[in-house]
Design a protein around this ligand. Structure first.
Ligand code: CDP
Ligand code: CDP
Length: 216
């Protein structure tokens, strides 16, 4: 029997992971945060202290790297890295790592493997366009840069990081630009995705919009 697949794409801070997690709970789906996989690969490379230009070494390291999910946690080489992958140093480098074609090849294949065996809701940048082009439901979440930065800024302050709202705007605008302009699988709306502008909308409002579409 064909598995259910829901794809959620969009820029940073659009609410993808919060909303996908909730929809997964309500509909008994497996939630896969593909951004966490690119973040874990970035953490591994930063900890390995190698230059991002050294393609050969990067390939070698990543071929010997295990990235898995267990009970909603992201596990890198058998260690839970949920917290570490959200650190600002990862935000600074992840889009550079995610632009490397061979890294995308490895992770896309892992993501497709998970979707083959499970009913999934997957969020990222290229889920509707590349990872699961046949997904039955595709959503593209967005919001104004000001609101997305405000949401992220609040999270960072709550976690005790020292940063300004302006720095947060710059960080996500820079990441969005790299993600949208890269050659391989850039961030873009799939033609058949439904766009939801979440500016001024609460989490519950967005969940309701999506649930109504799925149920109808
Ligand atoms: O949570 P946030 O939206 O800030 O980012 P994320 O979903 O954790 O993704 C982090 C980064 O991974 C993105 O900025 C992209 O560079 C990359 N990514 C990607 O290239 N393709 C995906 N399917 C998911 C994430
Ligand atoms: O995954 P993505 O980067 O798209 O966004 P997120 O991590 O799900 O959401 C970023 C922050 O915005 C979280 O703290 C959410 O609680 C918050 N949020 C919100 O306040 N209103 C929404 N409509 C969606 C998310």
């Amino acid at each position: 029997m064909n598995k259910i697949a829901i794809a959620i794409d969009g820029p940073a801070g659009a609410g993808k992971s919060t909303i996908a997690k909730e929809i997964a709970n309500i509909n008994n789906l497996l939630y896969i945060d593909t951004g966490a996989m690119y973040r874990a690969a970035t953490l591994k490379l930063l900890n390995s202290n190698i230059s991002f230009d050294d393609k050969e070494k990067i390939e070698k390291i990543l071929k010997n790297t295990k990235i898995e999910f267990s009970n909603g946690n992201i596990i890198l080489d058998d260690i839970n890295v949920n917290e570490e992958i959200r650190e600002p140093r990862i935000n600074e480098s992840v889009s550079k790592v995610a632009a490397m074609p061979f890294i995308r090849e490895i992770l896309v294949s892992l993501q497709r493997g998970i979707a083959k065996d499970n009913n999934v809701i997957m969020d990222g940048r290229d889920i509707g366009t590349r990872v699961l082009p046949d997904a039955k439901y595709k959503f593209f979440l967005t919001a104004s840069i000001e609101e997305r930065a405000e949401r992220r800024y609040k999270e960072l302050i709550e976690k005790g990081y020292q940063c300004s709202y302006e720095e947060t705007v710059d960080e996500i605008a820079h990441r969005d630009k790299l993600d949208s302009e890269r050659t391989v699988d850039p961030l873009r709306k799939a033609e058949d995705a439904i766009i939801i502008d979440t500016t001024g909308k609460s989490i519950n409002e967005v969940i309701d919009i999506i649930l109504n579409i799925i149920r109808n």
